[in-house]
Design a protein around this ligand. Structure first.
Ligand code: BES
Ligand code: ZN
Length: 639
């Protein structure tokens, strides 16, 4: 039980300890509780990270203590970050920062010289601290500025309850440095503790052990005892309540949202148990989900112990809970075994999609999982086609090369769905028992450590025979472009049924389609709507009146419907009803995956002005990450 402490629930030591005799065990357990102690896993596989200025090869830091005050009036965080370097003298510590005001730096109480490097629009500034002598604690007094990229500040009016302001962070990929001076590289891990002061009446939560009750004085303390990389640092502050879902799972949300969230996530405890039975113990203690306001830029973010999730998955019929399975899966792939650099991002996401599919299959059956798998296949096929058509074939490689680029631009179907299909092909080639045993050992052996593509391939090499390796075409999958010929094809019986309903309907049989929306799952509708083409546009009004797509509360369905109407049904697209539905959609939802394709559809169908008109109103509701992408698409003048 070493190294799990109050996190609880873990069944094995998450990282190796040096000696294992009984007295030393006690001593080790004690030391592990102290910030700044050095009982750590073996040094991470070294691979230079082109997205960090930090110098981990010279000086490593193994824990952080944050003390921050959250100011909703000025939209700033201010306070101190205490870093505890691993003993052994190095003369300098280099951290990443982005737009931080550094007020002073001290080493064990004495002021230290420091220097901020030149500002780079992508990477920010290095903070170089001269360590005059071996130093136990480096204290940085700092504050964030308005516009800090990881932070989204919401007025009361932008929340569900309309009474209290809200703050949340999104640190992945390289935005942690915009609210904490840190080694912002996925290959560098640290434990942390924090004190956070917020206005009375609000609850503060982090990717750590969390409170379940609001404190009248607004002061909260946090502890994350397992080492995590900076991109998993997270903070949320708002009028939030907690409800338990099971022994180790629960949900936080604004009060008005809580009942719906509890209903939607009823299977979470079982998801956790299922994943453990497949891939070994869940070592993080609790698994809770925080439901954010709709402006959250992603579907979900796997912050350890506390997944952040978009409210757009709460549809009332539990049809989008695969997103929870996905974020939960990251507790193994990503949070436990972490991509060493953003070039290895497919190791995080490809594995996670694979594990997500396995969870969904175990809980809801192979027919259900096959739909998700077929959608992943369609997504990656489309992405390969469009990247190839626009001369960006190089971007279809799993092993990426993102130096000099924003790693956030690489978030898409290649890492996720090409990665997933590669792993699925391995599974199908060698059989589940061998593959599952491999995965379980992979997560156990590299717990709390990082992994790069080459390291994974070396391990895979020891699993596969030469014939298997050749049959799979490992090298081509990882380093080649496009989708290899032996990619497992989609195989969903439920989608075949949708296809046949669609062709019977096209042939004039209107009873071939479901009588009502609820007869098909979200996935069947998404699949159906994606097949619609220009010729079907004559039936748009019929479809809309039967199923009420325009103005739907199901954002996943809305996203596909609006794209098709905008691109293929001009009469409906310019109708007042559709105009105001799309306007509401893009101004209320900030999830990039949903809004970007709509702006794109407008732009590509000659309606760029209309897109800009929507965007003018919506932009203030978006997180900087979503703004960044839409700005680039629409050529927004002052990003
Ligand atoms: N970790 C990602 C989100 C992410 C990736 C944020 C890279 C910033 C940079 C998260 O696990 C994720 O993949 N979210 C998906 C949902 C999922 C079901 C595919 C999303 O937000 O759409
Ligand atoms: Zn993910």
């Amino acid at each position: 039980m070493i190294g799990t402490h109050s996190a609880g629930g873990a069944h094995r030591a998450p990282y190796p300890v040096p000696f294992l005799c009984a007295p030393t065990l006690c001593l080790a357990a004690l030391l592990l509780l102290l910030p700044g102690c050095q009982w750590f896993t073996e040094p991470p596989m070294h691979k230079p990270d082109p997205h960090s200025y930090s110098n981990p090869h010279e000086t490593r830091v193994d824990s952080l203590h944050l003390s921050l005050k959250v100011d909703f009036d000025t939209h700033t965080l201010s306070g101190t970050a205490d870093w505890f370097p691993v003993a052994g003298h190095a003369s300098k510590l280099i951290l990443d920062t982005y737009g931080l005001d550094i007020h002073s730096v001290a080493g064990d109480g004495e002021s230290l010289p420091f220097q901020l490097g030149a500002h780079d629009a992508l990477l920010g500034q290095s903070l170089e601290i001269s360590l005059l002598r071996p130093t136990k604690r480096v204290r940085i007094h700092y504050s964030t500025r308005q516009g800090a990229r990881a932070l989204q500040w919401l007025d009361a009016s932008q929340t569900e309850g309309k009474k209290h302001p809200y703050l949340f962070t999104q640190s992945q990929a390289i935005l942690a440095r915009s609210w904490i001076p840190c080694m912002d590289s996925p290959g560098q891990r640290f434990r942390y503790t924090a004190e956070v002061e917020v206005p009375p009446g609000l609850l503060a939560l982090m990717s750590a052990e969390n409170p379940t009750e609001t404190r009248a004085d607004g002061r909260y303390t946090f502890r994350m005892n397992q080492p995590v990389p900076a991109y998993l640092m997270a903070l949320a502050v708002g009028n939030l309540e907690f409800r338990s879902l099971g022994e180790r799972t629960g949900v936080y949300a604004e009060p008005a949202m809580l009942d719906r969230a509890v209903h939607e996530f009823a299977d979470m405890e079982q998801m956790l148990a299922t994943t453990e039975s497949l891939y070994g113990p869940y070592v993080w203690g609790r698994y809770d989900v925080l439901v954010l306001p709709p402006s959250f830029p992603f579907g979900g973010m796997e912050n350890p112990r506390l997944t952040f999730a978009t409210p757009t998955i709460i549809t009332g019929d539990r049809s989008l809970v695969s997103l929870i399975a996905h974020e939960l899966a990251h507790s193994w792939s990503g949070n436990l075994v972490t991509n060493a650099t953003w070039d290895d991002f497919w190791l995080n996401e490809g594995f996670t999609v694979y594990v997500e599919m396995r969870i969904m299959e175990a809980l809801y059956g192979p027919d259900y999982a096959a739909m998700l798998s077929a959608i992943a296949h369609a997504d990656v096929s489309e992405e390969v086609k469009s990247l190839t058509a626009s001369g960006k074939e190089g971007k279809t490689r799993l092993a990426a090369n993102t130096a000099g680029e924003d790693p956030d631009d690489g978030v898409g179907p290649i890492a996720y769905d090409k990665g997933y299909h590669f792993l699925l092909l391995i599974e199908q080639t060698i059989g589940r028992p061998r593959w599952d045993a491999f995965l379980k050992a992979y997560f156990a052996d590299h717990s709390f450590n990082s992994m790069h593509t080459e390291g994974f391939l070396a391990r895979l090499d020891s699993l596969l025979s030469e014939t298997e390796e050749r049959r799979i075409g490992v090298q081509e999958w990882v380093y080649g472009t496009g989708l290899p010929m032996n990619c497992p094809p989609p195989n969903s019986g439920r989608f075949v049924a949708v296809d046949s309903a669609l062709s019977r309907w096209r042939a004039g049989d209107s009873s071939a389609l479901p009588a009502q929306l609820s007869d098909w799952s979200t996935h069947e509708w998404v699949y159906f709507l994606r097949q619609l083409n220009g010729r079907d546009s004559l039936s748009a009004t019929f479809l809309d009146s039967r199923y009420g797509f325009t103005g739907t509360r199901n954002a996943e369905i809305g996203c596909v419907w609006y794209q098709w109407v905008i691109r293929s049904v001009p009469e409906l697209s310019t109708s007042r009803a559709l105009n105001s539905a799309v306007d509401d959609y893009v101004s209320q939802i900030g999830r990039r995956k949903f809004i970007l394709p709509i702006y794109k559809a407008l732009k590509e169908s000659g309606q760029a002005e209309r897109a800009v008109d929507f965007y003018k109103r919506a932009r203030t509701n978006y997180h900087s990450l979503a703004r960044h992408s839409v700005d680039a698409l629409l050529g927004w003048p002052n990003p």
